[in-house]
Unconditional design. Structure first.
Length: 255
């Protein structure tokens, strides 16, 4: 596990602990592509969560049901493999599938659905929105951006437990007005951007020096980063890999 993955786990665990203490936690987390953010966070945190808090529920949502259900199924399998030995829990015999699995003898469950799908369920203490846009073309559409924001506001947030919840929005940046971009202009969010290359000042989260890359252990070396920047161009590099999307015309919006 890289230092990045350890920090990612620590941030999310802290958010859950704050929620369990009765706080409303809202985290906006942007990372580059292909660094294992979904595997570390969305495919793992929900199973850890219901293991530790089996009477609390989690919702996983993404740009479509297939992707969300894949995340849900990975958590379901972890509970099957390790739930009894590590946490003393089992999945209910009567509700056990990739869309919804419940914890036997408890009130907790994990629901996985597309952001356009039905989120009708009991209130959730943990909600993860992972990649609400399928790709750059999806994020370029103002109608789709408005739709995703409305779904987040009207469907996702309304399922958050009133006595304390942690909502994590995590995605690679595509556009200055994508979900993280729009929500980061509002109050009440912890905004965390983790760029591929640290460019200025002190990296208080990962303690990188200027010029250091995020995950050299994954082959994302300085040489790889420079080649990638040259290959994809400044606009894509700044948006996807640095988390700082360009506005058309050259201005930059800092997320």
């Amino acid at each position: 596990m890289t230092n990045f993955h350890k920090v990612l786990c620590a941030v999310c665990q802290k958010g859950v602990e704050m929620a369990m203490a009765g706080k409303q936690v809202r985290i906006l987390l942007s990372t580059p592509p292909q660094v294992g953010k979904s595997k570390t966070l969305t495919e793992t945190l929900p199973s850890w969560f219901v293991g530790n808090y089996p009477d609390h529920s989690c919702i996983i949502t993404s740009y479509n049901a297939t992707t969300a259900e894949k995340f849900g199924d990975r958590n379901r399998q972890k509970v099957k493999d390790f739930g009894k030995s590590v946490f003393g829990i089992q999945i209910s015999d009567s509700q056990d599938n990739k869309t919804l699995f419940q914890i036997k003898g408890h009130d907790g469950q994990v629901l996985s659905t597309g952001i356009d799908g039905s989120l009708t369920s009991n209130p959730a203490t943990l909600i993860i929105v992972d990649d609400p846009f399928k790709n750059g073309a999806d994020a370029e559409s103002i109608d789709r951006r408005n739709n995703v924001h409305e779904l987040y506001r009207d469907s996702v947030l309304t399922r958050a437990r009133k006595l304390g919840s942690c909502v994590i929005v995590v995605h690679t940046r595509w556009h200055e007005d994508d979900l993280i971009g729009r929500l980061s202009k509002k109050d009440g969010f912890y905004v965390i951007n983790i760029p591929t290359v640290w460019e200025k000042g002190v990296d208080k989260l990962l303690h990188r020096k200027v010029g250091e890359v995020l995950a050299p252990e994954l082959g994302h070396t300085v040489e790889w980063a420079m080649n990638k920047k040259n290959n994809v161009g400044s606009r894509v590099w700044n948006a996807l890999y640095q988390g700082i999307p360009f506005v058309e015309g050259g201005n930059i919006i800092i997320s």
